[in-house]
Write a protein that binds this ligand. Sequence first.
Ligand code: ADP
Ligand code: F6P
Length: 471
Amino acid sequence: MRQSSLVVVANRLPIDDSVAPDGACEWRRSPGGLVSALLPLLRHTPATWVGWAGGTGPAPALPDVDGVRMHTVPLTADDLRDHYEGFANATLWPLYHDSVEQPEYHRSWWEAYQRVNQRFAEATADVAEPGAVVWVQDYHLQLVPGLLRELRPDLRIGFFLHVPFPPPELFMQLPRRAELLRGMLGADLIGFQRSQAAHNFAQLVAKVLDVPATDRRIAVDDRVVRIGAFPVSIDTAEMAALAARPDVADRAARLRHDLGSPEQVILSVDRMDYTKGIEQRLKAYSELIAHGHVKVRDTVLVQVAVPSRERVGQYQILRERVEREVGRINGEFGRVGEPAIHYLTQPFDRAELAALYRVADVMAVTPLRDGMNLVAKEYVAARVDDTGALLLSEFAGAAAELPQAYLVNPHDLEGLKQGLLAALRAGPDDLGARMRAMRAHLHRHDIRAWARSYLSALDDSGSLLTRLGAA
Ligand code: ADP
Ligand code: F6P
């Protein structure tokens, strides 16, 4: 077994198996923020990525991706149902997102969560060199740091949570709350998106495990576990360079023409997820049309909503409701050749996404709760001419870093409508000043700055940073 000095462990690998139109199996980039953040960072680093390839059955042998070795962990159909769709995405996901949907608790899901976490820990122990740095990602794998430390006490273990970590009132609902906290404490460094999350974690450790904890350090057994906020980011320069490419500019012009050359384009790009506030946004837009504040001929909405976790009941219900509402709004307010909403559920390549960002006068990112939201950051990075307005939910982690956005509370329908109108009606000087400030922030706080701050805290020797080229 080939071993690496840097191992990233995430539920998903950066590529997913999918079926091409001709029925052949092909590999394509996996959806979601975690892959968008980590893939550009690791490119050409001699690292191993341990994860799941998206199907069930024996683990497929995968090619390296941009020089990064893929090590596949297989999931059975039961694991998929009870670990990924069950405990990860129908218990922890809703609970960690303010319980905007009701979390479900089933003992068999917990058993699957333990079993799959054990499998990931064993796979990681196999591919980590002596003394390697292992970086475990996200809520699917909260037990891995503790399990891995038992197997390989020589490793330096980091854990990063991409999603929010909830306040004690919510986390206390979890039947196996102590085990989950203990699992995370197997890490040397636990990173969160926001300092509030680190605070929530420290409070819970003190309350549930009776271990003294501050928002920075927790002494457990004979070790010190450090905790802190490390807001994740994007490859700002790469997105800006992509958006500035002449073919992307041409594609953006073509898209505007194909949309009927409206005066203004509103764009939203989400995974189809109930945390993203898609229904609330559609309602706000349709009321603005109904009350005459927005005219469909002048202003169109492009809603990209790529299907996600499609076998989980709450996601199926959401998709039906969104599609019914899009149909209703187009039926009521559209005309032949002039729909009010252009609704797209396809995955796009990065250049097409950049063209969409370039065409959007207003980018509406209005989740009910979101750990960070990288789409908001990608939009800002793509606005290389300092135009455009970002409408951003206060409940996205990104809001703490981008206060120049038009900030809204998506639960407040009137506030959402006012925010959208303000963004649509803003003048170029105001927009330019806001966008310049946000772009300057993202150039300083890009994905390399994130890795630098996290990995220098995890590995104080500095050797890892040098290898990543992030120093
Ligand atoms: P989450 O991690 O919850 O999915 P983020 O906004 O943080 O949300 O990250 C979503 C990522 O997925 C972004 O990098 C975005 O560009 C990408 N993405 C979203 N929709 C699509 C799509 N239709 N095609 C390709 N990439 C997409
Ligand atoms: O950001 C949260 C997250 O679960 C990431 O781990 C992942 O990148 C994204 O959402 C997509 O989710 P899934 O892996 O379930 O398709």
